[in-house]
Design a protein around this ligand. Structure first.
Ligand SMILES: [Zn+2]
Length: 263
């Protein structure tokens, strides 16, 4: 893969040896292949997962083609968020400002096609984007090339098993995905692990407001879509459990935009 990277083994967290088209963990004796320059740290077949979000990964691959177009993302965003939420462009700007780590090293967890990744990359030295969908990551690579942004590295990895060493990042974002992770606390704990002390975490997710107040709707989202709609106090407690402080948020419709600092 040529250049030196910050990746470590997502399982044992030891440094990896770079081979042509793969990264190798000597501890675990495991090869992580790279497909068109994108390392793949997920060796299990997610389509067999019991979790609806993980098992829908091939659907996500197909969705990648239209994800950032007007056909999909803005519509879903407005349906779930409500009418009185900022536009997608405004939201990208708000999250980018929240990260507040100019020239640092950034991470976008569940980056999709890299809409937010590209925005923070314009302000940071280098940014990593991880997602479970190779289709999304390939599209993300195309978009970054088209916009001539050369400081982003994409990899296929799980939020609960990040392929990065402790205390690496100056800023981490996670937009439109925290409610989809099977274990919120594990995912937040893993993000905290890879962040420097004082680094910012910026998140966009959903809370129990507007029609998400209704238990029946939340039950449907949980059972059929694997989505968990948070309570604000619940989020506050998860953040303090996982080593964050200064939870600061704004709610728009049923959408919450927040930042917190690694203690
Ligand atoms: Zn290993």
């Amino acid at each position: 893969m040529g250049e030196k990277s910050e990746y470590v083994c997502p399982v044992c967290k030891s440094p990896l040896s770079s081979m042509p088209d793969e990264l190798f963990c000597r501890q675990c004796k495991v090869e992580y292949p790279a497909k068109s320059g994108i390392p793949d740290f997920i060796l299990e077949d997610l389509s067999r997962s019991k979790h609806p979000v993980l098992s829908s990964v091939s659907g996500l691959d197909k969705l990648a083609k239209i994800y950032e177009t007007r056909l999909w993302y803005p519509i879903v965003y407005h349906v779930y968020g409500g009418l009185f939420i900022p536009s997608v462009e405004e939201e990208v700007k708000m999250v980018t400002d929240m990260v507040n780590a100019a020239d640092g090293l950034g991470l976008d967890v569940a980056c999709g096609t890299g809409l937010f990744t590209r925005s923070i990359a314009r302000k940071m030295r280098r940014v990593y984007g991880i997602d479970i969908s190779m289709g999304m990551l390939q599209k993300a690579t195309e978009y970054a090339e088209k916009e001539k942004i050369g400081n982003i590295r994409y990899a296929r990895a799980m939020a609960e098993k990040l392929p990065f060493p402790d205390r690496l990042f100056d800023g981490v974002i996670c937009c439109g995905a925290l409610h989809l992770f099977p274990e919120t606390v594990d995912a937040l704990g893993e993000m905290a692990r890879v962040m420097k002390k004082g680094a910012r975490l910026a998140v966009m997710t959903f809370v129990r407001r507007r029609f998400f107040r209704f238990k029946r709707i939340r039950e449907h989202l949980r059972k059929d879509h694997g989505a968990h709609v948070f309570d604000v106090d619940e989020m506050d407690s998860y953040l303090s459990q996982t080593g964050f402080k200064d939870f600061t948020y704004k709610i728009y419709g049923s959408m919450i935009l927040f930042h917190a600092e690694k203690s």
